[in-house]
Design a binder for this molecule. Sequence first.
Ligand code: ASP
Ligand code: MG
Length: 455
Amino acid sequence: MRVLKFGGSSLKTAPSMLDVGNIIAADRERKVVVVSAVSGVTESLLQFVAQPRKEEEVRAFIKKLRDMHVQLMEEAIKDEDILNDGVERIERKLVRLERMLYGISYLEEVTPKTKDFVQCYGERLSVILVAAMLKDMGVKAVPCDADELGIMTDGVFGSATADLDATRWSLVPKIQEMFYNGQTPIVTGFFGVGPDGAVTVFGRNGSDYSAAAIANALDAEVLEIWKDVDGFMSVDPKIVPQAVPIRLLSYDEAAELAYFGAKILHPMTVEPARAKNIAIRVKNVFNPDAEGTLIQQKSDENLECIKSISCMRNLAIVKVFGEGAGYRTGVMSVISQKLSDSDVNIYSAVTSQTCIALLIDRKDLSLAKKILSDIREGFISKIETNDDLALICIVGEGLGFSKGIASRVFNAVAKEGASIGLISAGASMVAYHFTVDKKDLDKVTRAVHEEFFGC
Ligand code: ASP
Ligand code: MG
């Protein structure tokens, strides 16, 4: 059996929804379908609760959500009864959201718990759309909400992790019953339910990870992630238009690329699949005959070469100076504990005797600076920050096998006259990364791509 996941950009218009429907209906093999919210809906839910709202605004917002989903159904569904049933389900689903939004507007307070409750409604609505459209195509599709189905999490609001064992126990019997009845479950991506019963989301773009958790629970043969592009590419085509598609990646390569900026997969997607040796196939809804990218245990080709170059523009460096920063025990642990207490993620860290350099999200920079300046332990003499940089990550199993790749990368950088800030290599055998000035990102990326791909 297979798990298929479709992103919100493939549900944006009725014709693209129908493309999704045709892919699902095309083969009769048992499958679970996971969907994201219709493109833009999660964002609008988050924006709505980001500021105080009046009652009329709540009413208008709910109506807008209803109308948008109903319009998509009207355009995609022919059978009147199926359409009416879908509209009724959408309206019923919106009742709880509307009540919650009134509650939030009276209290003028959004907690992490209510924020997660609200932001997962895009998925609760999109599964109704997709299931109704499939019914209209003759597929016995059933919309399922992840909390009712039992996708279990650790309960961390905003960035939960799936509890794969608990998920298996609760999910498998329910899915098997649906399969037994010839039904195809259409499951909400993005969220699950914590140990105390509260809805928790997996972080933005988390539906890929939901699909991987379901594939893990069901021992699926394949996890298909359907996007609006042909899969992983050798580099961002916006920087290098001659970028080539990548046919095969190892789990490690895909995980590093996802972590360091390739927006193809949610970075946590690989682990649940790897744990059960489930192949991941990334495919394009709008070009279903293209091969896409296959991700599996081993990528056996091209060990002489790198696979891909990914870039991130949204990072910043914080340098913490202090005598013996590298030598004294516990410095790193104090710093990382304080930052993690405030949800500041450290992408990468490099230490020397006098300095610890941390790569963090640019949006966290002023918070991180404040937290670190408040540390009273006495070893910090100075803090420096830089947000005028970009990160380049080079990925390929070949990095661990063949010699001379690093020198080719850095020669290409040097020829462009660019200077390198922080370098980190060796943590993963399949990736290393370095920073350059933001203004040099495009030309350096082009030069490195040219060196390895000849274009
Ligand atoms: N709808 C959620 C988001 O926009 C989850 C997803 O798209 O995977 O982040
Ligand atoms: Mg999305």
